[in-house]
Design a protein around this ligand. Structure first.
Ligand code: PEP
Ligand code: MN
Length: 336
């Protein structure tokens, strides 16, 4: 719509769209309103509709968007989204790090993690209570007991918390204990879960599936946004590798600038799962920062050798502090 389009002109366009049997989506922006029309229209019908809608009062231009996602698209929402969780903030010009163990193992372990990550400059504590494991015989997490530990430790240390929720029916329970919900890579296309997370009122971290395309990733985010929840952060966490002899996943650094160009949502990186080998995590974290990531998620453990899950990619306290200081040096040298 034109900059000065009136509410009645916007409504008139919506009516015209509905008269064509289509469903308009009004997207208020910083300076103007855009009206999205889902692409159920055949190629042949497009020129006619383009001419029809262009002729309406208040319309600035009609463009065809080739991307299948709308709410997540930067084309529809020109202003970048910043998601704030406690003292953490993800968006243009704001950068935060989530640190913590793969799994919550005990109060003592998580409490140690919280003071270490906070001292190193993190503003969010991560840790899984429900763990999606490749084998059903591996440690599955402490479940609600873990959530309680997370809530207590988060409060005691004054740090925002994030944990994974694996199914739609668990969203209410998990949302009662933490500040942000994580949807794991294996659940990226669990649509009922995306819908419930969208309704939860909590900010959502959506991890990219290990074989998901950029379009699939942004369409998954669209499910959460579509429930009226604008607080979605995307996380690149590696894709299926060609060679598992050396790395667990291939960290798709290229996805970061690509996503930042096409979506208004913040994009963070998880180089821990992204490469899956502790000694490569720091270089990958620095690469993600250089690529423009709005934040990081890093797995650490007071003693990685005894970790109940993902010990081989967890950083110990010294390695973690080293990574954080180098990230700060890198960030202070650039305008992001
Ligand atoms: C995790 O963050 O612990 C996790 C299981 O990550 P992902 O879903 O990316 O594998
Ligand atoms: Mn993990």
């Amino acid at each position: 719509m034109q900059l000065d389009a009136s509410a009645s002109q916007i409504e008139a366009v919506c009516i015209a769209v509905r008269e064509q049997g289509l469903d308009p989506l009004v997207l208020p922006g910083e300076d103007r309103v855009a009206i999205g029309i889902p692409a159920v229209v055949g190629q042949d019908d497009r020129p006619r509709l383009e001419a029809l809608f262009s002729s309406l009062d208040g319309v600035s231009k009609v463009t065809q968007v080739s991307r299948p996602y709308k709410l997540a698209s930067l084309e529809f929402q020109r202003q970048k989204t910043t998601v704030t969780v406690g003292e953490a903030s993800f968006g243009p010009g704001s950068f935060s790090v989530m640190g913590g163990p793969c799994s919550i193992e005990s109060y003592k372990q998580l409490s140690e993690c919280a003071s270490l990550v906070k001292a190193a400059g993190c503003t969010m504590l991560r840790g899984g209570a429900f763990k999606p494991r490749t084998s059903p015989y591996s440690f599955q997490g402490l479940a609600e007991e873990g959530l309680k530990i997370m809530q207590t430790v988060g409060r005691e240390n004054g740090i925002a918390t994030i944990t994974e929720v694996m199914s739609a029916d668990m969203v209410g329970l998990v949302a009662g204990y933490v500040d942000m919900l994580q949807i794991g890579a294996r659940s990226m296309q669990n649509f009922p879960l995306l819908v419930e997370a969208g309704r939860s009122g909590k900010p959502v971290l959506l991890k990219r599936g290990p074989a998901a395309t950029i379009d699939e990733f942004l369409l998954a985010a669209e499910y959460v946004l579509n429930q009226g929840n604008p607080n979605v952060v995307l996380c690149e966490r590696g894709v299926i590798p060609l060679d598992r002899a050396y790395v667990r996943n291939t960290f798709d650094i290229g996805a970061i600038p690509v996503l930042l160009e096409h979506t208004h949502l913040p994009v963070i990186a998880d180089p821990s799962h992204g490469i899956g080998v502790a000694r490569y995590v720091e270089p990958m974290a620095l690469a993600a920062v250089a690529a423009g990531a709005n934040g990081l998620m890093i797995e650490m453990h007071p003693n990685p050798k005894v970790a109940l899950s993902d010990g081989s990619q967890a950083l110990g306290p010294t390695q973690f502090a080293h990574l954080m200081s180098r990230v700060n040096v890198l960030r202070s040298g650039f305008e992001f």
